[in-house]
Design a protein around this ligand. Sequence first.
Ligand code: C2E
Ligand code: CA
Ligand code: CA
Length: 566
Amino acid sequence: MAENRFDPTPVILIVDDQTNDVRILQEAVGELAQVHVADDGRMALEVARFCRPDVVLLDIEMPGMSGFELCRLIKADAKLCDAAILFVSAHTHTENEIQALEQGGIDFIQKPLSIPVARAHVRAHLNLRAEAKRLAYFDALTGLPNHMLLRDRVEQMLQKARRSKSRLALLLLDLDNFKGINDSLGHSTGDLILKEVSQRLSTASRGVDTVSRQGGDEFVILVTDLQRSENISDYVQRLLEIIALPMNIAGNRFDLSACIGISVFPDDGEDLEALYRQADAAMYQAKQEGRNRYRFFSQSIESDARARHLLESHMRSALESGVFEVFYQLRFDVRHAQSRGMEALIRWRRDSGELVSPAAFIPLAEETGLIIPIGKQVLHKACSDAKTLLDRGQRLCVGVNISVVQFREESFLDMVKGVLKETALPPELLELEITEGVLARDIDQARSLLEALKQMGVRIAIDDFGTGYSSLSYLKKLPIDVLKIDQSFVRDMLTDHSDAAIIEAIVRMGQALDLELVAEGVENLEQAEKLLALGCELMQGFYYCRPMPFEQLCACLGLTSAREHQ
Ligand code: C2E
Ligand code: CA
Ligand code: CA
């Protein structure tokens, strides 16, 4: 069998029982390709299976199997059907031509044969095929092999490695923060960067290795003839260094980095799917640890990846079957002894009945994008429950946690608008809780979004305030209503002076900026009294109320109004 389907020398099979015609055709195409000859249909099939021709020059009238019949058989064979079939014939009847085309032939060469004419026909088809192959097997932007060609090469190399008991490595390389560059500087700059990266990777790798682009900023490199894993470490390190060299694109300097995940045949997997999956898990691990690094696949990475995969699929079905619940925790105005709003907190009840903490699944929901539909469900439920309360005479504002992933999603504003409209909740009874991290990346974008929300009448709270590292100047630039003092400060405020001092500073600042202040995680009376003394009057925490299902909240609201006056 042809060792490499992408060998630049094309293969031609001549099938003709007339030795004289065979001789002329051989002379016509001998310099264009590697030529095989068969003088009847049966033999032609055998030769074709062996040599995998790009082009078949096929006589129509032959003893035994006719050219048409052979053509039909070639087209029906999955391994041969790609071959271009050119009929060679003395027939001039149109029905012959039609039949030939219907059987899958694509051209005719007229007998008596002329060498230059036959050569020109064949050359035209070889050129077409070369171009089609380039389009099908190479990435248009970078000119690197694409996933189709990679698959082909991996399959060949795996066969070789099995025979010679050698090892292969699959490297998955993904640029760090490429999406950020693409989004902020535009796709044309992104494209230039990808081209430069491709060039660097090609230069740094050996001719026997395949550097391919899988799409986006993901590259896969197939490394063959691997001796020891130390060698591969050196090689991968060199790739990272080459990517990290400053890049000059359209007059701007870029300092890029990448993460690489590595899997090795046969240790980590037997086929491309397994090797790719393991390299992907290793890459994910590298990304978790930071930028500019590589990781080999290992068993612990595998069990992590499995667990994540399982959690993700459980989350998907939980979303589809609507088993996510929303609990509510009341917020109190301690000075006036009344409830002053509530926070919606997602809950996931597994089949076993056990509740899973959001801390255990929200991060993965954010990574996988599932937070978008999940967050919408929570928002919808929260707004419709708040509307129910309003209809029963309880005017309570509901706080809903918004993940940074949701906030950055293009349709976020429309989604909020839509939910408010569907649930008919007055916008001022919705408070979106965002963290400082949301504001850190692109303050201008955040401001315009917050202003649009503000225009709609929705309230904005900064959650976990004091734990982010963002500049405080944003507080006066953004339309914020509430600061929620992070529970870590409240937890230790009685024993740790600096926590108490931080709370006091936040309260002073909030008062100066005319913001509402809410202390989170209040667990006992001492904390509540101290907070009140510092000037913080709104509190949320187990001391007052635990998060609870909506029905319980309704009951509790009836109770609280009675209890307030005790
Ligand atoms: P968070 O927004 O800071 O929510 C407050 C968390 O503190 C809640 O945990 C609540 O149950 C807990 N808590 C309330 N009072 C006390 C107290 O007195 N002591 C202590 N130790 N904890 C108290 P929960 O419900 O487990 O939620 C954890 C985090 O998960 C939330 O932190 C929020 O960041 C996230 N989360 C919850 N629901 C959603 C949601 O629907 N969407 C998004 N994006 N995130 C959510
Ligand atoms: Ca919150
Ligand atoms: Ca919080």
